[in-house]
Design a protein around this ligand. Structure first.
Ligand SMILES: Cc1cc2nc3c(=O)[nH]c(=O)nc-3n(C[C@H](O)[C@H](O)[C@H](O)COP(=O)(O)OP(=O)(O)OC[C@H]3O[C@@H](n4cnc5c(N)ncnc54)[C@H](O)[C@@H]3O)c2cc1C
Ligand code: SF4
Length: 310
């Protein structure tokens, strides 16, 4: 990836000679030609990774957006009839890329709030005490120490940002008396396609690198073909009228399941096609569409991805 794009790969060794490989691409990337799926395929060709894959078989595939904004991005945690816990709230510690511990702790705090409300004669519809108990817990303290991790790279860029993060996390242990904030949303970072050079990605070789269609098959996604489309366009004209000329309609590239296509109709005009049944629920389109025109809604049934080996 280019030096303006934050990201990184990981390899976990698992039992039964299995490997979990992944690549995180920060969604504040600027180049509309960037294809996170393509970057992942390219990354697997790096000799250090490629050597691990000789003789290996691909058994599963998936993708999701990691909400690593941290403390400054936390929403209000309660609403009438509901509480936000775990990654739904954004309790992942971006500095560690770990969130199972905060998910469990917030679940416990939520359960305590709910149990307490059951003991009351006329419980409130909104359990506002939960917000306070999270703020008084170690979740808040931990996220406070990691609060500058995500904004630093966005503000200072890859190299300066990395130096800042190293000093902030390793020397000052997150105790610097400043809190960095990012005001610009990720979707606003995209530059116009005419100002950037297209990125070439290697063609799938079927051994180390693959295409999206065969990969989605391994995600276990099984939506009913005739269910209502859960990917809503606020304005159906925007993909072709605005996004295509300005950004080359980047949904074709950022979607890791190839859900969005721009096709030529028989009369020569272009049309935007949504293959919603392939959606693996990563929510990238909701975040990255430069016109903020796509709304991801929960599809009916339980036909989403079924990650058996991940
Ligand atoms: C690549 C990667 C590596 C990570 N590595 C680590 C690590 O090493 N250590 C660590 O601590 N954390 C790690 N994390 C973070 C960790 O996975 C999350 O913080 C944690 O799983 C959050 O737990 P959760 O219960 O809030 O959400 P999730 O684990 O995401 O659980 C949500 C569940 O809800 C289900 N669901 C979604 N929609 C519906 C619906 N409509 N109906 C019914 N069910 C639904 C989903 O299928 C899912 O099972 C990693 C995350 C990623 C993406
Ligand atoms: S349609 Fe949206 S949510 Fe579904 S896989 Fe593509 S980018 Fe992710």
């Amino acid at each position: 990836m280019d030096s303006r794009t934050e990201g990184g790969g990981f390899v976990y060794h698992a039992p039964n000679h299995q490997l979990y490989l992944g690549l995180i691409v920060s969604l504040d990337y600027q180049n509309p030609y960037l294809n996170p799926f393509g970057e992942f395929q390219k990354w697997k060709l790096h000799p250090k990774i490629n050597n691990l894959l000789v003789g290996a078989e691909r058994v599963s595939y998936g993708a999701r957006a990691v909400n690593k904004g941290g403390l400054q991005s936390l929403p209000k945690l309660t609403f009438p009839g509901g509480l936000l816990v775990g990654c739904d709230a954004g309790f992942l510690n971006g500095a560690k890329i770990k969130g199972t511990h905060t998910a469990m702790k917030s679940g416990m705090l939520a359960a305590e709030s709910i149990a307490q409300s059951f003991a009351e004669e006329s419980p409130e519809a909104e359990l506002v005490d939960y917000q306070k108990s999270v703020e008084e817990s170690w979740i808040y303290k931990e996220l406070h120490l990691a609060r500058n991790f995500s904004p630093a790279q966005k503000k200072f860029g890859l190299y300066l940002g990395s130096v800042f993060i190293w000093l902030d996390q390793n020397i000052f242990k997150g105790r610097l008396p400043i809190t960095l904030r990012v005001s610009e949303p990720d979707h606003a970072k995209l530059k116009e396609a005419s100002k950037l050079i297209p990125i070439e990605y290697p063609k799938p070789d079927g051994t180390f690198t693959f295409d999206r269609s065969s990969s989605i098959y391994l995600s276990g996604v099984a939506h009913e073909e005739d269910q209502p489309c859960h990917l809503h366009l606020i304005d159906s004209e925007i993909p072709i009228q605005t996004n295509l000329p300005k950004y080359g309609e980047p949904a074709r590239l950022y979607c890791p399941a190839g859900v969005y296509e721009v096709l030529e109709s028989s009369d020569g005009s272009m049309r935007f096609q949504i293959n919603a049944q392939n959606c693996i629920h990563c929510k990238t389109c909701d975040i990255k569409d430069p016109s903020q025109n796509i709304q991801w809604e929960c599809p009916e049934g339980g036909g989403g991805p079924n990650y058996t080996d991940m």
